[in-house]
Write a new protein. Structure first.
Lengths: 413, 507
């Protein structure tokens, strides 16, 4: 038998084509926004980097130039496609768009870019730590949507214990609360095999209800239970002297430095230790580990509890690292944003860090915008971080694949 | 080392999986455990491996009783197990999979991956297994994955290695290589337990054969003197017809025509690659191939469960490329899916409900709003009788039936109406020998009434026996169109592995 090989055309699936098309449309839409919205304000925008240097961008010409480039890139993507460079093109385009947006907002004046970036890093902390908690759980095969509840519960515990007994005790109390809420997740999903999403949901409502009740009933009557002096930023010797970067990265509170260490330790442990190998194995295919004598149940318990401790520190950030008190629902959905960062960061601590910084930037920009007179209603600005989450999750989640066994109870039999 | 199972009884709710089983395993020999699916072979080995706890009986290691509460205990006692579904983490490398649980470590619990590579290389070289420690599991052929499993047990110094249905997923060439490895293991003084339901293989490699039926050891036979039909009779409990009895076929007009069909999956991989073929009335066309070479996707496209990326499918000259599954069904296409639990049956519905599942909307059973259950029951009862479905009642949940009887429910539902084309994927997977005999005879009967039949199976013996024409699929392409009567199983096996037999290379 002999066959003639037909001409082989490169085939792409319908999903891939759809995705490529939506990237193209996004670019074109950004270009149109740049042309008609960002291009309507004359005047130069000053970005203050250090006290003595202000970087100036002429807002209107910059926006118009950007508009042309974005529409051209969008057209190129729709017609031909950038293939594996698509995400790079999209990221650079998005970053430039953000710069143009800031120039539009600040046109005719100036603001401290360094300050905004410093704020970005500060505000990423609970998202980074929440995301690491999420990664530790999901890599072990337990879906943790209770990050929000863990952050909120620990913020409350940290505020009360911190006010009465000092910030360090506050942090310990927050960790204990995080571990306690994790223990509920662990026992119900590992021991009793309840659907993990439902347990997580219940924990979130439990934490919200309990802390709101206690805040309204107890803290309003005893204001001294809810006031403490938060940590001050510590300038690291030498490192903090680097221009711009020194302020952004190395003049921060202990919480920020803890987050750096947490990302580094989590990355190294997951990929370069025995514990990491076993953890990834029980998240992908627990039976393979189980038949080799690894105690899947015990390791899952341990990792979920460690995750609770990390989330606990993240929760303590509000009272002890930032505002010095607890308010009802102070976390305001940061735990869910952390969950989005887990997925956007592809279940990798460094990826989650990058994602958390994007969300932190959205938050810092929102704060900055409300100080500048832009004419955008403040309610709309408050939506920004969530809007970014929505766009990112809708645009990228379809593409990443998480640990296979996440969400499935393990049965040793 | 000698391992003795004495009086092992293991019950699951409603079933006795092992009933007072006695068995002795020794190093230096191959013990073959043969029995139908559901006879209790895997359960017995899981008891031995510490995965299940037996209600009664004990395990004796060199004469003294031992208790295995987890696989770790069994591993420590020198027992290794290669499971039917490989216990490998698909995204890990070979080395990572092999050392999982016995990781070599450096400072601060860091993983010494160089040492792990070294360990894999050492065992792989000693037993001639030829493994790359850095290869990612999901990118390896199944035969190589099996060698990774073997390295895993050898690295843990297993004295007795249990293989659960090791040949089910292998190509004929890989099976031969596998038997070579088994010989090497025996020569190195280890013992092998080989679980199978394939008679030929048991007779080929075993030093002793123990036959299991309904949880009990019904006897031990000597492979040197036993015959296939003798063992089959012990397995089933009655004489069995092992050869498919069929008349020469009389192909008629073209019923199914597939033209240049390609399918790309969601991850962008080309699963079916420019496939064209025809199936004529009164002819059985078989598609052989190792699991995962595009057969599943091809069947999905032919039955309307998946969109094709390009190409055309025609039934009796009519384009049905984008017809829905129900439209295809009403045009006379039957589909026996490869995964009966997920696609063929609704386990929680009754046998009767499953039997009318494709026809509930017919006038016969409903007036558009309300089902006519008495009518459905009458039809179900007659199908249960006609197809010899062994069920206590038409009203019990389909999931409680044995694999063979579940398959008969599907076959009864799909074949009990006038058909143009019948598509059956893995029609006898996990089905007992007795039911295989029956399902094969139904398929041939269908062919003889003038239906076009397409059989997709990874069981080479099955497609060779049933088909009038045999196609081989490899990496999404049809690589051979053969006459099964004029071709040897060995040659088909070579096509399945992506190479060509010497006779075809010169031609």
């Amino acid at each position: 038998m002999s066959t003639v090989d037909p001409v082989v055309l490169p085939l792409v699936s319908a999903e891939q084509r759809k995705q490529a098309r939506s990237v193209g449309f996004t670019l074109v839409v950004l270009g149109i926004v740049a042309a008609f919205v960002l291009g309507n304000r004359p005047g130069d925008a000053g970005f203050k980097l250090v006290d003595s240097y202000i970087f100036v961008i002429p807002a209107q010409p910059f926006a118009r130039m950007l508009a042309v480039v974005l529409i051209a890139l969008g057209a190129a993507q729709l017609l031909k496609g950038f293939g594996k460079w698509t995400n790079v093109v999209l990221s650079i385009a998005a970053a430039t768009f953000v710069v143009s947006f800031l120039a539009w907002a600040a046109s005719g004046g100036s603001f401290s870019l360094t300050g905004m970036l410093q704020d970005t890093v500060t505000r990423s902390v609970p998202i980074i730590l929440g995301a690491i908690a999420g990664i530790l759980c999901e890599r072990s095969g337990i879906i943790n949507i209770a990050i929000e509840g863990q952050l909120l519960g620990s913020a409350f515990a940290g505020a009360v214990a911190g006010s009465l007994l000092g910030p360090w005790v506050g942090i310990i109390a927050a960790i204990a609360m995080g571990v306690g809420l994790s223990a509920i997740l662990a026992v119900f999903s590992i021991r009793y095999r309840v659907d993990q999403v439902i347990v997580g949901f219940a924990i979130n409502f439990f934490a919200l209800g309990l802390t709101s009740f206690l805040a309204a009933r107890v803290l309003t009557d005893h204001p001294d239970y809810n006031i403490l002096a938060p940590f001050r930023p510590i300038a690291l010797p030498l490192l903090s002297d680097i221009p711009v970067i020194g302020v952004v990265l190395f003049t921060q509170t202990l919480f920020v430095y803890f987050a750096y260490v947490a990302v580094a330790v989590a990355t190294w442990s997951l990929y370069h230790t025995k514990w990491g190998l076993r953890t990834r194995a029980i998240g992908e295919y627990p039976k393979a580990a189980g038949t080799l004598g690894v105690d899947v149940i015990k390791l899952r318990y341990r990792n979920v509890l460690i995750a609770g401790a990390v989330a606990g520190v993240g929760g303590a950030w509000w009272p002890i690292g930032m505002v010095g008190r607890f308010d009802q629902n102070i976390t305001n959905g940061r735990g869910f944003i952390a969950l989005a960062a887990v997925i956007f960061g592809r279940w990798h601590p460094v990826g989650a860090l990058s994602a958390a910084l994007v969300f932190g930037l959205a938050e810092a920009m929102q704060l900055k915008m409300s100080n500048l007179d832009t004419g955008i209603p403040s309610e709309f600005l408050l939506m920004a971080p969530y809007l970014v989450t929505l766009v990112v999750v809708a645009g990228f989640v379809g593409r990443s694949r998480g640990p296979k066994a996440a969400g499935q109870a393990y049965d040793a039999q | 080392m000698q391992l003795e199972l004495r009086g092992i009884t293991k019950r699951f709710p409603g079933v006795i999986a092992n009933d007072n089983v006695n068995l002795t395993l020794k190093t230096g020999e191959v013990l073959c455990l043969i029995g139908e699916n559901g006879a209790g072979k895997s359960t017995l080995m899981n008891v031995l491996y510490g995965m299940y706890k037996a209600e009664e009986g004990q395990i004796l290691l060199d004469g003294s009783p031992v208790v295995f509460t987890s696989p770790a205990d069994a591993i420590a006692a020198g027992i290794g197990m290669v499971h039917q579904h490989f216990m490998l983490v698909p995204v890990f490398t070979v080395a990572e999979n092999v050392v999982l649980g016995v990781e070599p470590t450096g400072r601060f619990g860091s993983l010494d991956i160089d040492k792990a590579r070294e360990m894999v290389r050492e065992v792989s070289d000693r037993y001639n297994l030829n493994l790359d420690p850095d290869a990612i599991i999901e990118e390896l052929p199944v035969g190589v994955q099996q060698r990774v499993e073997i390295v895993k047990v050898l690295l843990r110094d297993a004295k007795v290695v249990v293989f659960d249905e090791p040949t089910a997923v292998l190509t004929p060439k890989e099976i031969i290589e596998f038997f070579e490895i088994v010989k090497t293991l025996i020569a190195a003084g280890r013992g092998v337990v080989f679980i199978t339901h394939k008679l030929k293989e048991a007779l080929n490699v075993a030093d002793r054969i123990a036959v299991l039926r309904r949880g009990q050891v019904v006897g031990e036979v000597d492979p040197k003197s036993a015959t296939e039909s003798q063992i089959a009779e012990m397995m089933v409990g009655r004489p069995v017809q092992l050869i498919v009895d069929k008349k020469p076929h009389a192909p008629g007009e073209v019923v199914l025509e597939v033209k240049d069909l390609s399918i790309v999956d969601a991850d962008g991989r080309t699963m079916v690659d420019h496939v064209s073929f025809t199936v004529r009335a009164g002819e059985v066309v078989g598609i052989a191939g190792v699991q995962g070479n595009g057969q599943t996707e091809l069947v999905d496209a032919l039955t309307g469960l998946r969109h094709s990326t390009r190409g055309r499918v025609e039934l009796d000259g009519q384009d049905i490329t984008s017809a829905s599954p129900r439209e295809r069904h009403s045009k006379g296409i039957a589909h026996v899916p490869e995964d009966r639990q997920r696609q063929g049956l609704v386990g929680g519905l009754s046998v009767a409900e499953n039997l009318v599942l494709t026809r509930y909307h017919d006038e016969e059973f409903s007036n558009g709003i309300v089902m006519d259950w008495p009518a459905a029951h009458r039809v179900a009862e007659s199908l249960i009788t006609e197809y010899d479905i062994r069920t206590p009642s038409a009203d019990i949940e389909a999931s409680t039936l044995s694999g063979g009887n579940q398959q008969k429910v599907i076959v009864a539902r799909e074949l009990s109406r006038p058909l143009r084309l019948s598509i059956a994927a893995q029609p006898t997977r996990g089905v007992d020998v007795g039911s295989i005999e029956y399902i094969h005879s139904r398929i041939i009967k269908e062919r003889d009434t003038g239906t076009a039949v397409l059989i997709v199976s990874t069981e080479l013996d099955e497609v060779m026996a049933l088909s009038d024409r045999l196609l081989v699929m490899y990496r999404g392409k049809i690589v051979a169109d053969l006459d099964p009567k004029a071709t040897s199983a060995m040659d088909v096996g070579l096509y399945m592995a992506g190479s060509r037999p010497a006779s075809a290379v010169n031609a």
